[in-house]
Design a protein around this ligand. Structure first.
Ligand SMILES: NC(=O)c1ccc[n+]([C@@H]2O[C@H](COP(=O)([O-])OP(=O)(O)OC[C@H]3O[C@@H](n4cnc5c(N)ncnc54)[C@H](O)[C@@H]3O)[C@@H](O)[C@H]2O)c1
Length: 435
């Protein structure tokens, strides 16, 4: 962590967001929305599971009814890889040109659409733009096409963020591409599209919402950074009053409706509140940033034991060398221990977050245990595995997981305390078995 010199303390924070259209039936207006963006020929990006619900075909018809040609790519990989991004980019280059892109799906489809948008408007190859040190972290020179993101899961917030996440198979590492130009132009969030989201996906992606809100709420405050120059500003600027507001509200919405949405997927009121929570948390973390649980999630997902495949997720047959721990699940597995570790940096924030998530709950004698207990209780209730041991990791895997986490310095720099290798090893050790 950079040394803090009060005379050079940061005084400025930033806030960026796409246009937003939220509510039941919002998808029926996509023809109008795309026309307003000047689109005549659109690429619709989705994945096989979402395509099977019929939603992308319905949206393509809505576009055609507005005299917009729609070409559908329905092979986004769930938890994308460099190879799957390249397949989508090749498809778009062969079928293009397009003048807008519509992503219909969860984070996997929206992230695939972001990569397609970047590589069909700018020269070079994927690795030129992937975050350093894995890739060359080049900034795009050209403007991207308008991208309209239509989420069908309630979790990632990718419809409002400036990143896309991928697995670089040859290097056994999960990383991302991060640039302000990747942010979608418009997010169209229609809770009706989430009614078919399977319970297992609702649970894992819901833990992503909770961790976005909790990590950005407990992130290092923007005032603790050195003052930046205008050209040094980054999308993730630390916790700040605007991101805090989104995060707090997201936690309250999740307290009210998350368990119901997992238990009864047809409950539109609960689905709507969880969709609102995902949107709010995305707007919060998309500006403040996330820290230790997300940093740990990258190696947990990238090194997952081969035989772990949770219910409601596809089994890939494309030669992947690891199992599938979905992103939200991977993030949550070390979150209780991570918040025990970060407690001392901002005790009042950790206690307040626990109160928002479990109104009226009795505080344990040790206040540092309050948030870990509340979070673990929710994880247990929605069927998340009881720790990294339950997805197949053992004590012997911790060194290699620590190596993977320490590579995520961009995220660890947002933690409210300095994080050493020993700290990460202790957090992972406590997460072998949460309950
Ligand atoms: N860009 C970002 O800001 C960001 C943030 C967090 C996570 N991510 C990435 O997003 C990905 C995870 O995305 P996700 O959790 O949204 O899930 P997902 O896109 O991976 O989808 C999970 C599964 O649910 C199915 N599905 C999705 N919506 C459905 C619906 N309405 N009905 C039926 N089936 C449906 C999909 O077909 C898929 O099988 C990961 O790759 C993760 O790294 C990106």
């Amino acid at each position: 962590m950079t040394a803090f010199h009060p005379q050079h303390a940061e005084t400025v924070f930033t806030y960026g967001a796409p246009g937003l259209k939220f509510g039941v039936g919002a998808r029926h207006e996509l023809g109008h929305d795309l026309s307003q963006l000047g689109a005549r020929r659109v690429l619709v990006v989705t994945d096989p599971g979402v395509a099977a619900t019929g939603a992308p075909a319905e949206i393509a018809d809505v576009l055609r009814a507005a005299s917009i040609e729609a070409v559908v790519f329905d092979r986004s990989r769930v938890e994308p890889t460099d190879g799957s991004f390249e397949e989508a980019i090749s498809f778009a280059r062969a079928e293009g040109p397009f003048d807008a892109i519509v992503a219909v799906g969860g984070g996997s489809s929206i992230d695939t659409a972001k990569a397609v948008n970047l590589l069909t408007t700018n020269d070079g190859e994927l690795m030129d733009y992937v975050n350093a040190p894995v890739g060359r972290a080049r900034a795009p020179k050209n403007a991207l096409l308008p991208l309209v993101a239509v989420p069908t899961t309630t979790g990632t917030g990718s419809e409002s963020t400036t990143i896309c996440v991928l697995d670089i198979v040859s290097q056994h590492v999960k990383t991302g591409i991060s640039h302000a130009r990747l942010r979608p132009t418009l997010a169209v969030v229609d809770p009706e599209l989430t009614l078919t989201q399977p319970a297992g996906v609702t649970a894992a992606s819901g833990l992503d919402i909770l961790c976005h809100a909790l990590e950005s709420y407990t992130a290092r405050p923007y005032t603790s950074y050195e003052h930046k120059q205008a050209d040094q500003r980054v999308p993730y600027c630390g916790s700040n009053p605007i991101a805090d507001m989104w995060s707090e509200k997201a936690l309250s919405l999740m307290a009210a409706s998350f368990r119901t949405a997992v238990r009864d997927g047809g409950d539109l009121a609960a689905r709507t509140e969880v969709a609102l929570a995902a949107t709010f948390a995305g707007l919060g973390f998309g500006n403040a940033g996330v820290h230790i649980p997300h940093a740990n999630a990258y190696p947990i997902a990238g090194q997952a034991p081969q035989d772990f495949h949770p219910a409601d997720y596809p089994v890939h047959d494309d030669g992947s060398d690891h199992g599938l721990v979905p992103h939200g699940m991977a993030v949550s597995l070390t979150a209780p221990a991570a918040f025990r570790f970060t407690f001392e940096a901002a005790p009042e924030r950790h206690v307040h977050a626990a109160e928002l998530l479990a109104p009226g709950a009795t505080r344990p004698d040790d206040p540092a245990e309050f948030l870990p207990q509340v979070l673990a209780g929710i994880m247990r209730d929605v069927g998340i595995p009881a720790g990294i041991g339950a997805v197949g990791f053992g004590a012997g895997d911790i060194d290699s997981l620590v190596d993977g986490t320490m590579k995520q310095q961009r995220l660890l720099a947002t933690a409210p305390r300095e994080v050493t290798e020993d700290d990460v090893a202790a957090i992972l050790g406590q997460s072998l078995e949460i309950w």
